[in-house]
Design a protein around this ligand. Structure first.
Ligand SMILES: [Zn+2]
Length: 201
């Protein structure tokens, strides 16, 4: 956790309660954040094994896992099957409640507007994300829906937890997919060249 993150949590705590976090409490929170982000990274790998864009999420309360999810949009033919949505849906069934007060959602990639909307509806307290999403990020990169005072609920947002690891998991996936496409294109070209050659003979 960066000092900036620590300070943002510390300031929020100070605003809502009389007693700020102690150094020890902040250190413990940083350890917990890293631990849960590692679980989210492992879930992202499960998505990747299915050919999905590797994004994983966990919902946690009081350092206990409530639910988890990973991206399944291709498998499920469902544009709403993002890791966070899968996780929030599972949590609702487990909690028998669509409100997830006091919970923290860890996700390897910055949430999109759809997932940010679900987080506002479910009253999740805090979101911690790894890599930034400069194309569709709704937690500050493109827009900051999670902290917009026009809405009836705002979340604490912390970013940068294992960010390099989360980002490299995604970039390696996209590189591999580009390489596979290139290899397939090359193979198809070789086959068509061969057929043309045979036609001439
Ligand atoms: Zn999303």
């Amino acid at each position: 956790m960066t000092l900036e993150n620590k300070l943002s949590i510390s300031h929020k705590q100070q605003a809502s309660e009389t007693k700020p976090f102690t150094e020890e409490e902040l250190a413990l929170l940083a350890i917990q954040d890293e631990k849960w982000m590692r679980v989210a990274i492992a879930l992202a790998s499960e998505a990747e094994a299915l050919g999905e864009v590797p994004v994983g999420a966990v919902l946690v309360k009081d350092d206990k896992l409530i639910a988890s999810g990973f991206n399944l949009s291709i498998t499920e033919h469902d544009p709403s099957a993002h890791a966070e949505m899968q996780c929030i849906r599972a949590a609702g069934k487990i909690l028998h409640n669509y409100r997830m007060l006091g919970a923290t959602l860890y996700v390897t990639l910055e949430p999109c507007p759809m997932c940010a909307g679900a987080m506002i509806h479910s009253r999740i307290e805090r979101v911690v994300f790894g890599a930034k999403d400069l194309k569709t990020g709704a937690a500050g990169s493109v827009i900051n829906l999670l902290q917009d005072s026009h809405f009836n609920h705002q979340l604490t947002v912390d970013s940068g937890i294992l960010a390099e690891e989360c980002a490299s998991q995604l970039s390696q996936f996209f590189k591999r997919r580009r390489d596979e496409k290139k290899a397939l294109k090359k193979l198809l070209k070789q086959q068509s060249d061969l057929l043309l050659q045979k036609g001439k003979e």
